[in-house]
Ligand binder design. Structure first.
Ligand code: ZN
Length: 543
C-alpha cells in the first residue's frame, strides 16, 4: 500500500517529467508502429528525410531562443538607440554659454588636438584622457561636442550606465567595441573623441564585494586596458569622461598619468555667464524689450544653464496661458518661484492669520534689508505654497564661497526676525517659526561647535562628539558650555532684531498694509517703499 502511495506522490511531484517522458515514448511508439505499416519504399523515403527535418527543427528552435533572449534583455532597443553614435555634432564654442573658464581650457585642448603632429615631432605630451567634472546641467556634454566640432574630428558618445549589464563581461566587450569603432574613425579622420557620460557608473573605486561589483570592475578594467593601449598608436583617440560625482569617488587608477590626467571643471555659471544664458534662451521666445536681463541673472544665483532654460520655458508657458504673446518680468518672476517652490495655492486664511503672516514675512524682509551685508530682498509674498504661508525671497549680491562671522550672524537675525515680529505685534507666535528656528539654530550651533566663532572653545567639537568614543573626548561641562554659547548667540541676535523692529515699527506697519493689499511685493515696489521712507540703502552699481 505504502509503495503505491510513494509512487503516487512521486508522480505528483514530477508530473512534468512523467508527462514529457510519456509523451516522447508515445511518439516513438506511434512512429514505430506507423513505419512498420508502411511499404519499404516509403519507409526508406521517410528515413531519408528525417535528418533534414531534425536539422530544420534545431535551427528554428535556436532562432526562437535567440529572439526570446534578445527581447528579454532589450538588445533590440539598444541596437535601435545606437548608444554609440558618430553623429555629425555641430556645436561651436559660441554656442556654449555661461562657462567661460571651462571654455578656455577646452580651447587649449582643441589647440593640442589640432597640433598633434607638431606635438609628436617635439615629443610633447599627447592627450589621452580628459575628465570633465561639475554639477549636472552645466553643459559638459555640450562642451565635449564643441571640442570635437572645433577640432574637426568625429565624436562617439556613450553613457557609462548603459555598460553596467546583467551579464558579466557584456560591459567589457562593449568597451572594446567602442574603442575599435573609434580606431576605425580615427584611421579615417586622423583623430577621434570618445565621450563617456556618467563615468562614475563604471569608474567608482573598485570594490571587492561579491555582490554586483564584479561587472563594473571588469568594465573598468577593460576601459583601463584600452586607454593604455592608445599609447603607441599613430592616430590620436581622446577619451573625455564626464562625471558629477565629487573627487575621490572615481577609482585612482583612472586618474593616473596617461589616463584621465587632465581635468576641466565645468561649474555653474557666474553672473555674466547667467546673463548670456538668459539672453540666449529669451531670444528664442518673444519677450518684452524692457526686460531687465541683468536683474534676472542676479536673481538666478547658483542656477545651472539647464535650470535657466527651464525657467524661461516655464515663463513662456505662463505668458501663453494668460493670453499674452510676450514674456514680461512678472512671468519670469512667477516661473522662478514655480521652479523653486512649486505652484502656489491660495488657501483661505482668516484675517488674523493673514495679518500674522504679513508681519512675519515683513520681519524677514526688514531684517534682510537693514542687517544683512550681502543679501537683497527680491520679493515678499503672503500666498501659500507647499507647506509655507508666505515667503521672502532673498538673493546674495555676489556669489559667496565662504561665509564670515558677520554674514552668518546676519543669516541668524534674518531667520529670527519672523518670530520677533510676531511676538512684538501679537505678543504670541505661530507654528510658522519652526523652520526659521531650525535654520537659525543650525547656523549658531555650527558657529560655536565647528567654526571656532564662540567665545571659549575653538576647534571642531562636532567631529569630536561624533567620533566613535565621543563620550570620552568631550566632557559634559564642555558640552553644556558649548550649548550655552550657542544659545547666547541666538539671544543676542534676537535682541538686535527686536531693537530694529521696534525702531522701524511705522515702516513695518506700512509694509504689512501693502502686503495685505497686494499679497505680493516685487523688488521695485519694496525698494520704492524704502526710498519713500528715506531708508534706501542703495543698490549695486549697474543694477
Ligand atoms: Zn519665516
Amino acid at each position: 500500500m505504502s509503495f503505491f502511495r510513494k509512487i503516487k506522490i512521486w508522480v505528483v511531484d514530477h508530473w512534468i517529467v512523467v508527462s514529457v517522458v510519456g509523451g516522447v515514448l508515445l511518439c516513438i511508439g506511434l512512429t514505430w508502429w506507423g513505419m512498420s505499416q508502411l511499404e519499404s519504399f516509403y519507409r526508406t523515403m521517410t528515413l531519408a528525410t528525417m535528418p533534414m527535418t531534425m536539422l530544420m527543427w534545431l535551427v528554428s528552435s535556436v532562432i526562437s531562443a535567440f529572439v526570446y533572449v534578445s527581447i528579454m534583455f532589450g538588445y533590440f532597443s539598444r541596437m535601435d538607440k545606437k548608444q554609440v553614435k558618430s553623429s555629425s555634432v555641430n556645436v561651436r564654442f559660441d554656442d556654449v554659454l555661461g562657462i567661460d573658464e571651462s571654455k578656455d581650457e577646452a580651447r587649449e585642448v582643441v589647440a593640442l588636438l589640432k597640433d598633434r603632429t607638431r606635438l609628436k615631432n617635439v615629443g610633447g605630451k599627447i592627450l589621452r584622457g580628459i575628465l570633465m567634472q561639475g554639477p549636472p546641467g552645466c553643459g559638459k556634454t555640450f562642451l565635449a561636442k564643441a571640442i570635437a566640432t572645433e577640432a574637426g574630428i568625429p565624436f562617439l558618445s556613450l553613457a557609462a550606465s548603459d555598460f553596467v549589464q546583467v551579464f558579466v563581461g557584456v560591459g567589457a566587450s562593449r568597451i572594446r567595441k567602442v574603442f575599435k569603432d573609434a580606431q576605425r574613425q580615427a584611421y579615417a579622420s586622423g583623430a577621434c573623441i570618445i565621450f563617456i557620460d556618467e563615468l562614475d557608473a563604471i569608474g567608482r573605486a573598485r570594490t571587492y564585494s561579491s555582490m554586483g561589483g564584479q561587472e563594473t570592475d571588469q568594465t573598468l578594467n577593460a576601459l583601463l586596458v584600452e586607454m593604455d593601449g592608445l599609447q603607441g598608436r599613430q592616430e590620436s583617440i581622446v577619451v573625455i569622461g564626464a562625471t558629477n560625482a565629487p573627487e575621490g569617488v572615481l577609482d585612482a587608477a583612472l586618474l593616473r598619468p596617461g589616463r584621465f590626467d587632465r581635468k576641466i571643471y565645468v561649474d555653474r555659471p557666474n553672473l555674466k555667464g547667467r546673463e548670456q544664458v538668459f539672453g540666449y534662451y529669451l531670444k528664442k521666445v518673444q519677450y518684452d524689450p524692457s526686460l531687465d536681463i541683468p536683474r534676472l541673472a542676479r536673481r538666478a544665483v547658483g542656477k545651472t544653464p539647464a535650470e535657466i532654460e527651464n525657467i524661461v520655458k516655464e515663463a513662456a508657458l505662463i505668458a501663453t496661458r494668460q493670453g499674452r504673446d510676450k514674456v514680461i518680468f512678472s512671468d519670469l518672476s512667477e516661473a522662478f518661484e514655480r521652479v523653486d517652490l512649486g505652484i502656489k495655492h491660495r488657501r483661505s486664511m482668516t484675517d488674523t492669520e493673514k495679518k500674522m503672516t504679513a508681519y512675519h514675512e515683513t520681519g524677514h524682509l526688514m531684517a534682510t534689508y537693514f542687517l544683512h551685508p550681502t543679501d537683497d530682498v527680491f520679493k515678499a509674498s503672503i500666498i501659500g505654497r507647499r507647506g509655507t504661508l508666505g515667503v521672502v525671497w532673498k538673493v546674495p549680491r555676489e556669489e559667496l564661497h565662504s561665509h564670515t562671522k558677520v554674514h552668518l550672524l546676519a543669516n541668524i537675525k534674518v531667520s529670527l526676525a519672523g518670530y520677533a515680529a510676531e511676538r512684538m505685534v501679537f505678543n504670541t507666535s505661530t507654528s510658522g517659526v519652526s523652520a526659521d528656528f531650525e535654520n537659525a539654530m543650525a547656523i549658531a550651533h555650527n558657529m560655536v561647535w565647528q567654526l571656532g566663532m564662540g567665545k571659549k572653545y575653538i576647534g571642531d567639537w562636532e567631529m569630536v562628539a561624533n567620533s566613535a568614543n565621543g563620550s570620552l573626548n568631550i566632557s559634559e561641562s564642555a558640552r553644556t558650555e558649548l550649548n550655552e554659547e550657542t544659545n547666547q548667540i541666538l539671544q543676542e541676535c534676537l535682541k538686535e532684531v527686536e531693537e530694529l523692529l521696534t525702531k522701524e515699527r511705522p515702516l513695518m506697519d506700512r509694509f504689512v498694509l501693502e502686503l495685505l493689499r497686494k499679497e505680493e511685493l516685487e523688488y521695485d515696489e519694496i525698494e520704492a517703499i524704502f526710498r519713500d521712507a528715506g531708508k534706501a540703502r542703495g543698490m549695486l552699481p549697474g543694477f
